[in-house]
Design a binder for this molecule. Structure first.
Ligand code: UD1
Length: 431
């Protein structure tokens, strides 16, 4: 397993380029299942979850082609025939978003067999709302041996009110409804920019969707969808992570190729802390200007503060003067990073869904363990300002969602390197 070795203390200076959004690319790749014509996606990040999805689609019979050289972020997916509409446990257990294929498969093939995702480090991750919604569209669903099996004739449009806001649930049903007979109205939908991006692709494919990005989405079903070309939106979570990195290190960092309108809640919270930023239409310049002031933060569904930036914000809060109360409202167990930050010198107490962070505490290097994707990012941020050399183990979590993070950080002055399992002795020596 790869590790990062990171020596803290360098301000990040220069420009970092933001990749395409993993969480937009994943549903867009699943959308290719809805048509027998090629779907070409650009600005697809090269991260492990995308590779997993390519494998998943290929196992069903899709032809998946990757670009080379300067076209390396282009992926073409052609699902001319789908001989195995199935997502196995082996793939779903490494990436819960694999359940995004359920809706498109039932809609296109009239049948799907998808492994139940089970729990994960950050919480239970049920898919009951995906299942209830598909049943409302007419699918017959059974659950056996850890798999969801769905079958149907043509799906029929319906009015569906989500009991709780779910991002991939909204996307799954949105895709299924495009091929249903008649109109579907989805209520209490997720408003994340990734949902709107998926709808933009689906409309290019011939779907008739209105209202994506608002709580109510109307879909007029069509009998067939066609191929299309689409550019994935920038990754707002990667952008947010680099903005916090620039601030924490007291640097002057230009985060280029992002969409600041997707970052409103994060930027306004950072301004409360004392972080200075300047935005253009497609960039954010962050000027680290200590001292930071503690402030409370609660995660919410979009347009609120994103849960996917909570761990990174906690790393920043350790460097702010005073007490910050961080409340996690989306996932019940998303504070795994807190214990690792404490090992680096942070003062954090967990009380149920609240974390009480008392700062400012100096951070010192330690050997720490990445427990999930965004938790890993918070450890990288802490290590950037820690005294000494931090070793972050299990960085495969970070590789799921951040494209070449160590190269990007190195490019703006961080002292970071990756070591593989083949050099375990070297790692021990550095430690
Ligand atoms: C997506 C994102 C993830 C982000 C999360 C919340 C992708 C690929 N992943 O995950 O990065 O952290 O949104 O912004 O886009 N729930 C149910 N029943 C369901 C579905 C969800 O109870 O059928 C609950 C979940 O347990 C959770 C909440 O709803 O408490 C929100 O989850 P959801 O929005 O579905 O997260 P994901 O779509 O899995």
């Amino acid at each position: 397993m790869d590790k990062f070795i990171l020596r803290g203390g360098e301000p990040l200076l220069g420009t970092v380029h933001i990749s395409g959004a993993k969480n937009a690319a994943l549903p867009c790749m699943a959308a290719a299942l809805l048509t027998d014509q090629p779907v070409i996606l650009e600005n697809v990040p090269q991260v492990r979850d995308i590779q997993t999805t390519r494998n998943l689609l290929a196992a069903m019979g899709a032809e998946v082609e990757l670009g080379y050289g300067r076209a390396q972020h282009r992926t073409s997916i052609h699902c001319a025939t789908l001989n195995a509409p199935e997502a196995s446990y082996e793939l779903v257990k490494t990436m819960r978003a694999s359940t995004l294929v359920l809706g498109p498969l039932v809609a296109r093939c009239g049948h799907a067999r998808v492994s139940l995702p089970g729990g994960c480090a950050i919480g239970a991750r049920p898919i009951d709302l995906h299942i209830k919604g598909l049943e409302k569209l007419g699918a017959k669903i059974t659950q056996e041996h850890g798999y969801v099996e769905a079958s149907t004739g043509r799906l029929k449009g319906a009015e569906i009110v989500f009991d709780k806001i779910t991002v991939t649930g909204t996307e799954d049903l949105l895709m299924a409804a495009t091929l249903a007979e008649g109109e579907t109205i989805l209520q209490n939908c997720a408003r994340e920019p990734e949902v709107a991006d998926l709808a933009a692709l689906l409309n290019k494919m011939g779907a008739k969707i209105e209202g994506a990005g608002t709580p109510t989405i109307r879909i007029k079903g069509v009998s067939k969808l066609k191929g299309a070309k689409h550019r994935i939106i920038p990754d707002r979570i990667e952008a947010g992570t680099f903005i916090i990195a620039g601030a924490m290190t007291g640097g002057d960092l230009n985060i280029a190729g992002c969409d600041p309108t997707h970052l409103d809640a994060l930027l306004s919270k950072l301004h409360e802390v004392g972080v200075k930023t300047k935005c253009t239409a497609d960039s954010v310049r962050v000027m680290g200007d200590n001292p930071f002031t503690a402030t409370d933060m609660s995660t919410e569904e979009h347009p609120g503060f994103p849960t996917d930036c909570q761990a990174q914000f906690m790393a920043l809060a350790t460097q702010a003067e005073g007490t910050s109360i961080i409340t996690e409202n989306i996932f019940e167990n998303r504070f795994m990073h807190a214990q690792e930050l404490v090992r680096m010198g942070a003062n954090i107490k967990i009380e149920g869904r609240r974390a009480v962070v008392r700062g400012k505490t100096p951070l010192s290097a330690a050997a720490v363990l990445a427990s999930d994707l965004r938790a890993s990012a918070s450890l990288v941020l802490a290590a950037l300002v820690a005294d000494g050399e931090t070793i972050i183990d299990r960085v495969y979590h970070i590789d799921r969602g951040y494209e070449h993070i160590e190269e990007k950080l190195k490019g703006v002055g961080a002292q970071i390197r990756r070591i593989g399992e083949m050099f375990p002795k070297k790692a021990a020596a550095v430690r």
